[in-house]
Design a protein around this ligand. Structure first.
Ligand SMILES: O=C(CO)[C@H](O)[C@H](O)COP(=O)(O)O
Length: 219
């Protein structure tokens, strides 16, 4: 079975968590499946808060109303994908570059349901390069600080985030303590967001695989 079908299975299973109201919607190919499937039950919800311009466009195409987070306040549910998850449901996100808005919406939501194919579950985070969103003028400065932490930052050249910033993808970082690394990187002046979701992990992880889906919950 191909990876895309496994993503679609996870997205399908996430529909069970949709109870109504306005829900948070993330970004990426797995979430694209979720949006397409959500369209089939859109009468059940009042609309969505979106984590990217791409997801907003897709939601709108399906006739799902998109709201500003400021007008909505706290959300009961957020559904998003991930690039990696450990068994504590701490995540690396930002492969699609939407990490800042994703982190804001995750923080504003009572329940974060993460959907992914089963290759995303790892024992230790860090095989996937860690995305860091930075203010453009701070790119060199932040990169040097990341090298001091043991990482190898690579500028995602040509990519500009929805917030007008840049992304550094950091390889070779040892992420034994995700919470400590999240705090350390967030503390570098010029960093907008690091794509480590350790302070706010997922509450539920749905993994699509060849034999169906598997659901993990935070301890
Ligand atoms: O964090 C993200 C976007 O910023 C995505 O959730 C992450 O990159 C996973 O993407 P996909 O579902 O395409 O594998």
């Amino acid at each position: 079975m191909n990876q895309d079908e496994m993503k679609r299975r996870a997205a399908q299973a996430a529909l069970d968590y949709v109870e109504g109201g306005i829900i948070g919607v993330g970004t990426g190919s797995t979430v694209n499946h979720f949006i397409d499937l959500l369209a089939g039950i859109k009468g059940r919800i009042d609309g969505a808060v979106s984590s990217s311009e791409a997801s907003t466009a897709r939601l709108t195409r399906h006739g799902i109303a998109v709201f500003d987070l400021n007008a909505v306040g706290e959300l009961s549910l957020y559904v998003d994908g991930a690039d990696e998850s450990n068994h504590r449901l701490q995540l690396i996100k930002g492969g699609g570059g939407a990490l800042t808005r994703e982190k804001i919406i995750a923080d504003a939501s009572q329940r974060f349901v993460c959907i992914a194919d089963d290759s995303k579950l790892v024992d230790t985070l860090g095989r996937f390069p860690l995305p860091v969103e930075v203010i453009p003028m701070a790119r060199g400065h932040v990169a040097r600080q990341l090298v001091k932490l043991g990482g190898t930052p690579v500028w995602r050249e040509g990519f500009v985030t929805d917030n007008g910033n840049l992304i550094l993808d950091v390889r070779h970082l040892s992420i034994e303590d995700p919470l400590a690394i999240e705090q350390q990187i967030n503390a570098i002046p010029g960093v907008v967001t690091v794509g480590l979701f350790a302070r706010r992990p997922a509450d539920v992880l749905i993994l699509g695989g060849p034999d169906g889906t598997k659901t993990l919950t935070a301890a």
